[in-house]
Design a protein around this ligand. Structure first.
Ligand code: ZN
Length: 306
């Protein structure tokens, strides 16, 4: 059952969102369908809920986080596009004010970074961009929606990872027990998305791997971005998002360390940009006078500065 809230600006994306786990790794769609049937699971949406597994058989995405996810997807795709247009490279300074007509993504990101549950004054800021139905290829809208669905699909797979690994019947006593389950669910979702990518469309186009790995990294990056403004770190139920992000990068896209970047470096590059943006935005500087030998070194410093 898909309950679509009448007033949500992302109503038209809710069906694609709950179908995203099947679409982001199409080569495994039939396998995923079998798996969901075996565990009697449906992906669904409930505006009043948060992303979770409220009862056996339902993996639910909620409105509050879905809206914020799209807003972050829009902002991050604009951020990356502007850096590319200004030929950004390590050490270069990017001027986000060059084009005054292109500032709305920053307002939308500020809104998305506000923590907390939906409240009266927390509705989508209607003067800022919102997703349009069927955006044209090559537009910022289309890019945002693609990232939104890739991130959201990975997040739903994470919840399925809890079900498949039988976490709900485990006795979870300590924080460490619960954290272990979170890492297992992350790893299950990432492996699902990345392990079989070469079975898709001939397996020679590395952009497929880049899109999937960046999508998973960005999903964890959104959680880590919140930490810049409201540091929570380890919680009883969940490990520090920054540690989960680094764990994903190390395990699934280990940095090549080569002068000529490899495709596994793409996710590191995106994470580095997003964290740097938020830290500068929050008035914090992360910089070693001697520079960084690797992106991992920078990301460690950035996590330290959260
Ligand atoms: Zn989880």
């Amino acid at each position: 059952m898909l309950i679509i809230p009448r007033h949500s600006v992302i109503s038209h994306l809710l069906r694609p969102l709950v179908e995203a786990p099947f679409r982001i790794a199409p080569e495994r769609a039939a396998e995923l369908l079998d798996l969901t049937k075996r565990h009697d699971i449906v992906f669904t949406f409930d505006s009043a809920s948060q992303l979770n597994v409220p009862e056996p058989g339902r993996i639910v995405f909620g409105a509050c986080e879905a809206e914020r996810l799209w807003a972050a997807a829009y902002a991050y795709s604009e951020l990356l596009a502007i850096i590319e247009e200004q030929d950004g490279h390590p050490g270069s300074v990017i001027d986000f004010t060059v084009d005054p007509s292109r500032q709305t993504w920053r307002g939308l990101l500020s809104w998305a970074m506000r923590r907390g549950v939906r409240s009266e004054d927390d509705e989508w800021p209607l003067h800022l961009p919102k997703p349009t139905p069927e955006p044209q290829a090559g537009t910022p809208m289309r890019a945002a929606t693609e990232w939104f669905l890739t991130m959201g699909g990975w997040m739903l797979l994470h919840e399925l990872g809890h079900v498949v690994n039988d976490h709900f019947s485990r006795s979870l006593v300590t924080d460490a027990d619960r954290h272990k389950c979170e890492y297992e669910a992350d790893d299950w979702a990432s492996a699902w998305l990345l392990d079989g990518w070469r079975s898709y469309a001939g397996g020679s186009d590395e952009r497929v791997f880049a899109k999937r790995s960046i999508g998973a990294a960005l999903a964890l990056c959104v959680l880590t971005s919140w930490e810049v403004y409201d540091r929570q770190g380890d919680c009883p139920t969940h490990p520090d998002p920054a540690k989960r992000l680094l764990h994903f990068l190390d395990r699934f896209v280990p940095e090549s360390g080569e002068r000529q970047a490899r495709i596994t470096d793409a996710a590191w590059y995106v994470v580095m940009i997003v964290l740097q943006f938020h830290l500068v935005n929050a008035g914090r500087t992360v910089q070693r006078p001697e520079g960084y030998r690797s992106m991992r070194e920078y990301i460690l410093d950035a996590i330290h500065a959260l």
